[in-house]
Design a protein around this ligand. Structure first.
Ligand SMILES: C[S@@+](CC[C@H](N)C(=O)[O-])C[C@H]1O[C@@H](n2cnc3c(N)ncnc32)[C@H](O)[C@@H]1O
Length: 265
């Protein structure tokens, strides 16, 4: 009988990537089992899912397909299906160190949306809709080191490192976008933050919950910025993340054309 090497498994691409980046991909059957443990959160169209080492997007795809099933079972009108697909996609985030994995995840997510609309349900999709989906996916699947919040430099399929094997980063900090959705008018506004600021706020809130000894810590929402709030919530010792850029509020089908609001850039 032929001996099965670990390289035969789809979970591993090459030994160096396992040793250097811990890249062992989760098989679909396991993703399915795990998502079945959080049936509501993994399926609700507007539940927010963020994975900070998302690989080729096994979990992102799992969550997206559940949301799409929910959308296609709930809505029959094509415009509702399109709009809620935009809502679903806008709530899925992935952070990944390796640029090739980011590219693969983005493509797999876009292909999955096309698969539902074009192949499974034989619906006509227009370029505008697909461009909107692609735009959101490109912003939400972020090439970033989730530990340093910086953007690595990736060339010819490899991270660029210095002589001591330390990763070399670009000068920029990684950014993340919140998509504020008006369900009545179907307009969306993109609000951009430094991911680092969002993490600091989440950490502060988590520590506050521990301090208050809340029996059951609530699930933290990613973005909480409110114009009326101070940036430092002194009563609660929470450093609130401030948006770095806001885009115009625009009908969802033209989202990719949204301009930065005056004075923001
Ligand atoms: C164990 S794999 C899991 C991938 C995916 N979550 C899955 O279940 O298939 C870990 C992933 O984390 C990525 N990774 C390693 N260090 C990272 C870092 N500092 N920031 C972001 N991603 C990282 C690796 O490139 C790899 O794709």
């Amino acid at each position: 009988m032929k001996k099965v090497s670990i390289m035969d498994l789809k979970q591993i691409k090459c030994k160096n990537r396992v040793a250097d980046y811990g890249e062992v991909l989760t098989p679909d059957w396991l993703v399915h089992k795990m998502l079945c443990m959080i049936p509501d959160d993994a399926t609700r169209i507007n539940s927010r899912y963020l994975e900070n080492s998302s690989g080729e997007g096994a979990f992102l795809l799992g969550v997206l397909s559940r949301k799409l099933d929910k959308i296609f079972n709930t809505y029959t009108d094509i415009n509702d299906r399109k709009f809620y697909t935009v809502v679903g996609v806008s709530n899925i985030y992935g952070l990944e160190l390796l640029a090739d994995n980011v590219g693969i995840s983005r493509k797999r997510m876009l292909d999955l949306v096309k698969e539902y609309f074009i192949h499974r349900y034989k619906l006509k999709t227009d370029i505008q809709f697909l461009k909107t989906i692609e735009h959101i996916i490109n912003k939400n699947i972020i090439n970033m080191d989730a530990l340093t919040y910086k953007i690595p430099i990736f060339k010819n399929g490899k991270l660029i490192c210095d002589e001591n094997e330390n990763i070399i980063y670009s000068d920029e900090l990684g950014k993340i976008s919140e998509w504020e959705i008006d369900y009545k008018t179907r307009h969306i506004q993109r609000v951009e933050y430094f991911y680092k600021d969002v993490v600091i706020e989440q950490k502060d809130k988590f520590e506050l919950q521990n301090l208050l000894k809340e029996v059951e810590p609530t699930q933290l929402s990613l973005f909480e910025y409110n114009q009326e709030d101070d940036l430092f919530d002194e009563d609660n010792f929470v450093r609130v993340a401030k948006p770095i850029r806001k885009y115009e509020k625009i009908i969802y089908t033209s989202l990719y054309n949204a301009h930065v609001l005056k004075g923001e850039d």
